[in-house]
Write a protein that binds this ligand. Structure first.
Ligand code: HEC
Ligand code: HEC
Ligand code: HEC
Ligand code: HEC
Length: 154
């Protein structure tokens, strides 16, 4: 075997490894996602008042049996039928408004509203089913401070 050929073989070998890890990273559905949207106006004030929300992504899917399409949808708000390994757009790529519009506070295209509309709406339903008529108390966090955990010592 010539030296040139060996180098070529090595290079392809490395390329294969890169592709393989690339595929692996893609198949990985994130286990926990730190909901780090540092561009938020309120977040940029220093020091921040609360921790980033730790979202147990995989647990929601596997343990709580929520399907991908209950949270991920397309540009027409149609549920996405995803498989592990599919490319997924971040919510912020469509829900681009990082501050609520004072004149249109409920605008779902504001990221904050999309987040609360997804997380909090479901959690309230979960708690209602668990017996709290207002849906605020129960297994799923619904009050502000349960998700936005204060950094200040109490
Ligand atoms: C309970 C809601 C929920 C469920 C169920 C869910 N996801 Fe997600 N997923 C999210 C949220 C929220 C994010 C964070 C997106 C962001 O940072 O904007 C996310 C992020 C992701 C990401 C990373 C995107 C990135 O670029 O960072 C992938 C990949 C993904 N989800 C795939 C899936 C797949 C596949 C399923 C089903 C097996 C699934 N998700 C189920 C809510 C959910
Ligand atoms: C490809 C673009 C796109 C992405 C990515 C996206 N959304 Fe949406 N979302 C939309 C559109 C469009 C609507 C409908 C707006 C309307 O009805 O005016 C919508 C509506 C919503 C609603 C209101 C649902 C309803 O039926 O009332 C919620 C909540 C929401 N999105 C949360 C999320 C979350 C959480 C993520 C990330 C996991 C996400 N969206 C990712 C485009 C997107
Ligand atoms: C479709 C329903 C649904 C959606 C959407 C949803 N959750 Fe949940 N969540 C649940 C259920 C069910 C539980 C668990 C209740 C229990 O323990 O039985 C839960 C529990 C939690 C918990 C506490 C336990 C844990 O696993 O960490 C956190 C924190 C949480 N959710 C954050 C979020 C965030 C952040 C979002 C939005 C990005 C979200 N959830 C969206 C249904 C949902
Ligand atoms: C189920 C969890 C959950 C609950 C309950 C919840 N939030 Fe959030 N909230 C989030 C997530 C996830 C985001 C987006 C990521 C981030 O910035 O932490 C967010 C974003 C925000 C933002 C924009 C970020 C910023 O700092 O400017 C504000 C403000 C906010 N929430 C206030 C509230 C208030 C007030 C309540 C109670 C009425 C509340 N949230 C209840 C999960 C929750």
């Amino acid at each position: 075997m010539t030296k040139k050929m060996l180098t070529l073989l090595l290079a392809t070998g490395i390329a294969v490894i890169f592709v393989a890890t690339g595929v692996y990273a893609g198949t990985d559905v994130p286990e926990t996602i730190t909901m780090d949207y540092n561009q938020y106006t309120k977040r940029t004030k220093k020091p921040p008042k609360s921790k980033f929300v730790e979202f147990s992504h995989q647990k929601h899917n596997v343990d709580y049996k929520i399907s991908c399409g209950d949270c991920h949808h397309d540009k027409d708000n149609k549920p996405l039928n995803l498989n592990v390994g599919d490319q997924v757009e971040k919510c912020v790529s469509c829900h681009t408004k990082l501050a609520k519009d004072k004149k249109n506070k409920k605008d779902i295209m504001a990221l904050e509203n999309a987040m609360h509309g997804n997380c909090r709406t479901c959690h309230k339903e979960v708690n209602k089913k668990a017996g709290d008529p207002k849906g605020m108390k129960g297994p799923a966090p619904a009050s502000c401070s349960k998700c936005h955990i204060s950094l200040k010592k109490k």
